[in-house]
Design a protein. Structure first.
Length: 217
């Protein structure tokens, strides 16, 4: 009598586990494929997602993103560059501020740079939405590392933008333990789809991050 319900429970458990594995496996494939897409369509802006800076200078990862954005800008793929990234308590510079200075030093007019903030991907996009809308910018080339491209685009789309993939070629992150980045992104995308990326942002930041208001020319 006991074995019957136990077998049913084990079958249901096996089914649930199989569905979970399939769910995350599909997400992994989508993340992997999107990181290899490079849109040929021009956009209204280039959106650079923030990552670490080193005492006022871009980290290798941030520099790679900025150099890719510069290449797109110089080829006329979009007339605006939007930079994002805030600072943690104790930092003296914001990622966006460092990015803007880097671009201006390479002859991108300050009048063509929108500077935001944010300490995660949701906040990055949210910090520049108002300024982008003020300039009627909707389509954007998403510049970030390949493993992050899918989630970055999904979050941009959730906040009303029309993102196009423009992942960084030969990103520095690809030279390390790349599998860990993809595992982390697979979990983030899988959970974000279930609870919403905004809710996931609230969970992971704990409302303790330091952000600055978005600004534009």
């Amino acid at each position: 009598m006991i074995l019957g319900p136990l077998k049913l429970f084990l079958r249901l458990l096996s089914l649930v586990m199989s569905l979970i594995v399939i769910y995350f496996a599909v997400g992994f494939v989508q993340i992997w494929m999107t990181g290899r897409e490079h849109s040929k369509v021009d956009a209204q802006a280039i959106l650079v997602f923030g990552t670490t800076e080193n005492n006022g200078k871009p980290s290798p990862e941030l520099k790679a993103r900025l150099d890719h954005a510069l290449s797109l800008y110089r080829r006329g793929r979009a007339p605006w560059i939007v930079v994002t990234g805030g600072r943690l308590s104790g930092d003296t510079h914001t990622e966006a501020g460092v990015s803007a200075a880097y671009l201006e030093a390479r002859r991108v007019p300050a009048s063509r740079i929108i500077e935001g903030s944010g300490n995660d991907t949701w906040q990055n996009v949210g910090s520049v939405i108002a300024a982008m809308r003020a300039h009627h910018l909707v389509t954007e080339l998403s510049v970030t590392d390949p493993f992050h491209e899918y989630r970055a685009m999904a979050i941009a789309s959730d906040q009303g933008l029309t993102p196009l993939p423009a992942p960084v070629p030969n990103a520095p992150s690809s030279h390390g333990s790349l599998w860990w980045y993809y595992v982390r992104e697979t979990v983030a995308v899988g959970v974000g789809r279930l609870v919403g990326y905004h809710t996931l942002s609230n969970w992971t930041t704990g409302h303790t991050t330091v952000t600055l208001p978005s600004s534009g020319p």
